[in-house]
Design a protein around this ligand. Sequence first.
Ligand code: SF4
Ligand code: SF4
Length: 260
Amino acid sequence: MPIHEKSLIRPENLKVHETLAIDGIDVSGHWSTFIETRVVPDYNENLELEIAAFPGGSKIHRCFQCGSCTNACTVNAIEPRFNPRYWIYLIRMGMEQELLRDKDIIWQCVSCHKCTNICPRSVEPEGVMKATALWLEDKGYVPKSPAHVFDEEFSRQVIERGKIEDTEVLHKFLSKTKQPLVQDWLVAIMWGIARRLPVKWGIKTALAQVFKPKARRWKNVRSAISDYIYEEDEMRRQKLQTIAAARTSQTPQTHLEAAE
Ligand code: SF4
Ligand code: SF4
């Protein structure tokens, strides 16, 4: 029988006998490919609720597994293990240990939004990928990812001033992730920009690095955004606490009710 979606089966779970005869028939090599039996004993029945509590994850329950997101995914095209549809399936099934096998690549979503654009169920898979990456960090399964460090610096500048300075974002990102500030690709980009940038824009950019201008009347907006972020964080913290409490004291059915 052909093995559908063979790419989704881990190489270590495929067994091939170099020499094997069954009932006198030679099925050596490729013909004796077997999938090793696996038992999943530890479901996390709250996994979907936990991930839905993080920003971007709230529509995960809408997925009907059509696979369009993975088919359109920029990262999947170069890294077949990066599979949003499959991870959403694992999350909805509560297969936490299975999901953890890919914990080091989930953060690599480049936020191109092709998946979100194509999803027929408005799941917003890009958001689900971000929520999953944050959940992995929150649970202590992975350290803070470079993507998270970048997002934090980007958001910090937006909240602080209502605008960002690209070179400052990059400089802070490279410093915080302990990467060299001078890299070949960066020099090539900077050189390309410098050659085409009108002089007055060059001066404006340099001055912005020093004086860090803010958007007009930003103070009130900043305070509103800060309040909103605080309230969202608090709500998420409480929701996760409710889910954890329900997990220890109630049946799976009432977990869902408790988190709503
Ligand atoms: S495109 Fe949407 S509905 Fe289809 S598998 Fe992806 S998330 Fe699910
Ligand atoms: S946003 Fe992320 S998950 Fe979606 S298509 Fe782009 S890289 Fe893939």
